[in-house]
Ligand binder design. Structure first.
Ligand SMILES: [Zn+2]
Length: 140
């Protein structure tokens, strides 16, 4: 039961769905690589009418989440690179530079997705899942 709940939660977060109903899409555009529209969100969920911006400046905290996601990615990428090439963590090893350079390039390319993921995570921490969202009242 708990596993199903966690799976559904992660599925909603990673597919950028509303944390309350797990059905409505919370961003205006599906493509995260529309550079100037990456973080544009709908005002209310189309399914359950949940507000996406709970208060003014609600998403300032996502900078920390995005930073943590970026660091976690770089650590995982370095471990992956270390397992593949078995490089030494020494400055004169050429694999250190290759690992860092490629990791930073991939991180820059992933940034729109990480920014959306951080917003989706942030919203899900403040809006709990409500299986009876249809019968419960939501403020407009
Ligand atoms: Zn919803």
């Amino acid at each position: 039961m708990k596993i199903v709940y966690i799976f559904n939660y992660l599925k909603a977060v990673f597919s950028f769905k509303c944390p309350k109903c797990h059905k409505g899409y919370i961003f205006k555009y599906k493509n995260p690589y529309r550079i100037f529209d990456t973080n544009k969100m709908v005002d209310h969920c189309a399914i359950c009418n949940q507000k996406t911006e709970l208060e003014v400046g609600f998403y300032y905290g996502t900078a920390y989440v995005s930073y943590a996601l970026g660091v976690a990615f770089l650590i995982a990428y370095t471990i992956f690179w270390k397992v593949i090439t078995n490089f030494k963590l020494l400055p004169n090893d050429p694999y250190v530079f290759k690992c860092l350079f490629s990791g930073i390039i991939i991180l820059i390319l992933l940034q729109p997705i990480l920014m959306r993921l951080s917003r989706s995570l942030w919203l899900s921490w403040f809006v709990p899942y409500d299986p009876q969202f249809k019968s419960n009242h939501v403020d407009k």
